[in-house]
Design a protein around this ligand. Structure first.
Ligand code: BDR
Ligand code: CA
Length: 311
């Protein structure tokens, strides 16, 4: 079993990632969920993480509240896709559980320092918590198995022409993490835009006969129009679910070695991922960058895992 910390900003697609990981206890030992300001303000994000755990009946998993703003820039939210709450379209009761007293950054540091096994970090929001953890305690790097993140793009942005949302929101954090030399996999828009909803897929989720399926269908239905009209996609992208899909079915993806630099200094292209695969550049520094996905099978995996939940 892979020891895993899920650092996220739920967000409907983050919620699907969490639900996929929790439905695979034979594959993952989820050590904790850490939250970060991103799709919505942090108080909504914290509440959403707790709601998802209650929906999945997994309140044994602890939620650690994280950074409430990016390192330098003003917060930016994604109400145009996820709604004001971050998971509009779902109708989940107010959570009864609460977040832990320990801050997410300290939880990440302590867990990594004391874990007997190396830990994988799934990062599906702005990278603020991870960057601050690396600054506060650089020694944690040696106990990270791999950082698998949704962020960046090899072919243009979604929030600006140049930048993907997670990188744009905290470009300084993304720069710190991506240049850290830690083993890393980037799953960017060039791949996540292929994992999209369709009417048929939403119908399958909605009619699978459990509350998880209905709620996920509700969340993902919200934002369909935005992804179709703003980005020309065929449905709503379930970006962050690619992280879980990759960990469970690596055969569905291919990756390339690329040098990735996050622009954190030019206003017009701030948050852009500058990617290069020429030997001269990858000899300096490279990470694995997702290149292809077998999206039909990846969406089937989402559906199969959501079906395992019982009311
Ligand atoms: C990323 O931004 C967020 O809105 C999604 O949750 C995903 O992590 C896509 O750019
Ligand atoms: Ca996210």
């Amino acid at each position: 079993r892979r020891p895993l910390i899920i650092d996220c900003d739920p967000g409907a697609d983050d919620a699907v990632l969490i639900l996929m990981a929790l439905a695979s206890p034979q594959d993952f030992d989820v050590l904790g969920i850490t939250t970060v300001s991103g799709n919505a303000p942090i108080h909504w994000i914290n509440k959403n993480a707790l709601k998802i755990l209650e929906l999945s009946k997994r309140t044994d998993v602890k939620v650690f509240g994280g950074c409430g703003r990016p390192i330098l820039r003003k917060p930016v939210y994604a109400a145009h896709v996820h709604g004001e709450s971050g998971i509009d379209g779902a109708s989940l009761p107010e959570p009864e559980s609460s977040i832990q007293p320990q801050h997410a950054v300290d939880f990440i540091i302590e867990t990594l320092l004391h874990s007997a096994q190396k830990v994988t970090l799934s990062v599906s929001g702005p990278m603020t918590n991870i960057a601050l953890a690396l600054i506060k305690e650089p020694d944690i790097a040696k106990n990270i198995e791999e950082i698998i993140f949704m962020g960046g793009s090899t072919n243009g942005g979604n929030i600006t022409a140049a930048a993907e949302f997670n990188f744009y929101v905290d470009p300084h954090a993304a720069y710190i993490v991506v240049s850290s030399g830690i083993p890393m996999r980037m799953i960017g828009l060039n791949v996540t835009h292929q994992l999209v909803t369709s009417e048929e897929r939403l119908r399958k989720l909605n009619s699978m006969g459990n509350e998880v399926g209905r709620q996920v269908a509700g969340m993902l239905t919200h934002g369909v129009d935005s992804d179709i009209t703003r980005l020309g996609l065929l449905g709503r992208s379930v970006h962050d679910a690619c992280i879980a899909a990759y960990m469970l079915r690596p055969d569905l993806f291919t990756f390339k070695k690329m040098n990735v630099i996050v622009d954190h200094s030019n206003e017009a292209s701030i948050g852009a991922s500058i990617v290069n695969e020429y030997p001269a550049h990858i000899q300096d520094h490279w990470i694995w960058v997702a290149d292809t996905i077998r999206a039909d099978q990846a969406f089937d995996l989402i559906i199969d895992l959501m079906r395992t939940y019982r009311d």
